[in-house]
Design a protein around this ligand. Sequence first.
Ligand SMILES: [Zn+2]
Length: 300
Amino acid sequence: MTIGRVVVYVLAAMLAGVTIGLLKSWPAPEPAGQDVAGPAVASISVKPPATPQAPSSGPAPSSTSEAAPASTPASAAPSSAQQAVRRPGPGPELPPGAPVRAWGEGWWRTVPGTTEQVGTGRVHTYAVEVEQGAVLPAADRVFAETVDAALADRRGWTAGGGVAFRRVDLEEPDVRIRLTATETARAVCGFELPYDTSCYVKGIVYVSTPRWFRGAESFGGDLEAYRRYVVNHEIGHHLGHRHEFCPADGAQAPVMMQQTFSVSNDRLADITAATPQGPKVPRDGKTCKANPWPHPEVTR
Ligand SMILES: [Zn+2]
């Protein structure tokens, strides 16, 4: 009787132990070190691109990158960005539009085609490239034609004299202009300022596809103008130009102004306060008109 009761107690205790053990292990514990910030599905369904091959030493963007180098701490960026969001008027947010693929394969195919030299002076050869998997093939021709048109325009960099361009495909170019998937561009250009943007890093222009397909609020719905702006602005970095600001209220924005974020000096100052993008933006209340051209004053 006593022994039987002890056996019952022992069995009951064992059963309780097993039950508690089961409860503890349900639901299944998260694997240690999982990135809680991202959706779990991303780690199995999306293949990150191979590290984009910025030539030579490491992925750190040069100082001419649109956003801060990846090594810069985010610090107060979100709060200043939120501050900027509250201001009226066009801002740095990506306009709505067609879905854009997040990832490409991390390598770029050359769009075939060459051009005659445009302009006189030092010739900069360029190649037009598209990240594999980032866009549908039909986008290649439009991208290439837009780049060609932006660089050949009479209001472009060649108008200043001393600069010429010629597109190459098989030849090794001086500069590559690459249509680049969202996440690849974020990895290369930085995403401390939480806005998609294009950049120039060590002889390569990375054009972010969400901006290519949706433009920027500053340009309203004028996607063609915005696309020409992006090409001219980033090639401006290749030519050695730094960022500029709105010189006079109501004037044409300099092509080297970060018009993707804003054409208002005050707003640009807010957006870039925590992650400077070159020379300090003056808070002088000046707001310009969006402009894609290095030399908008040229008429004929
Ligand atoms: Zn820039």
